[in-house]
Design a binder for this molecule. Structure first.
Ligand code: HPA
Length: 293
């Protein structure tokens, strides 16, 4: 870290934001949902919504990505208290990694126990089709290999330990529940379980990079999520990850296909409804009394 460069927020800043949010709403959510590219409509289905623009929330970063609204929505989903992020923070926007995960610790301080992360991804697994939903079993945090990890810097013990274990990053029980709900909704044909790999972006991957990621064991690739999950696990939130495959990555030098953000937004619009339905039913059947681990 360069001299004079900040290493992150202070505990007091997280706490001030948490207290401010609690002063703005009667809702006391135990579930937080991060809505990925084109998946923000879920937040519009919350009952008794209280909407707060990121730019009005003390200490909150702001988002600049097309398809991301940039606000928190508090409310209830099937009777369960939820807070939704309509728009998340990415490394490619120029945010420091510790800034991108600011909301996660704030959620923990307001009483959230479970984090549901959704995102758009490119399918690396040849069996995946556009519109499939990948239940995230595990991740590869590629920026972390180069030291870009949200926990870099002094450890804040009030959130968690210095060296948190990531073997159970994506909660087994929640994954079973998601698979069960998907079966009940007759949508298991499009639900896959796989490994999500995050890159920094904003450029899409080269053909050689896609081939490398597949060889490493990744099933889908995107530009978000892993830093949020690491921060959530550090402070003992349970995590469920769902990734919407919005395009197939190009693996073949003869292919004329090219990844582009418009395609990502268009495909997520088409399949977002099913993902929303899945999340809504999962939330309805979630056991919110379970202790976190
Ligand atoms: N690559 C990286 N991120 C993405 C992609 C992709 O192909 N699709 C949606 N997000």
């Amino acid at each position: 870290m360069a001299p004079g460069e900040s290493s992150g927020y202070t505990y007091e800043e997280y706490k001030a934001t948490a207290d401010w949010l609690l002063s703005q709403t009667q809702h006391r959510p135990t579930i937080a949902i991060i809505c990925g590219s084109g998946l923000g409509a879920l937040a519009d289905t919350l009952k008794d919504p209280v909407k707060l623009q990121y730019c009005d929330i003390p200490n909150f970063p702001t988002t600049s990505v097309a398809g991301h609204v940039g606000r928190l929505v508090f409310g209830t989903l099937n009777g369960k208290g939820c807070v939704c992020m309509q728009g998340r923070f990415h490394l490619y926007e120029g945010h420091a990694v510790w800034k991108t995960t600011f909301p996660i610790r704030v959620f923990q301080l307001i009483g959230v126990k479970t984090l549901i992360v959704t995102n758009a991804s490119g399918g690396l697994n040849a069996d995946y089709k556009v519109g499939d939903i990948m239940l995230v079993k595990d991740h590869i945090n590629l920026p972390g290999f180069a030291g870009v990890n949200p926990l870099v810097g002094p450890n804040e013990e009030r959130f968690g330990e210095r060296f948190p274990c990531m073997s159970d990053a994506y909660d087994k029980e929640l994954r079973s529940l998601a698979a069960e709900v998907s079966r009940d909704l007759n949508s298991c044909g499009i639900l896959r379980e796989g490994i999500y790999c995050a890159l920094g972006g904003p450029s899409y991957e080269t053909i050689a990079e896609c081939r490398m990621l597949r060889a490493l064991g990744a099933d889908a690739v995107g530009m978000s999520t892993t830093h949020e999950v690491i921060t959530a696990r550090h402070c003992k939130l349970r995590v469920l990850g769902l990734s919407l495959v919005t395009n197939k990555v190009v693996m073949d030098y003869e292919s004329k296909e090219r990844a582009n953000h418009e395609e990502v937004l268009q495909s997520s619009k088409r399949s977002a409804e099913l993902l929303e339905k899945l999340v809504t039913h999962i939330v309805a059947r979630m056991d919110c009394s379970r202790n976190t681990s």
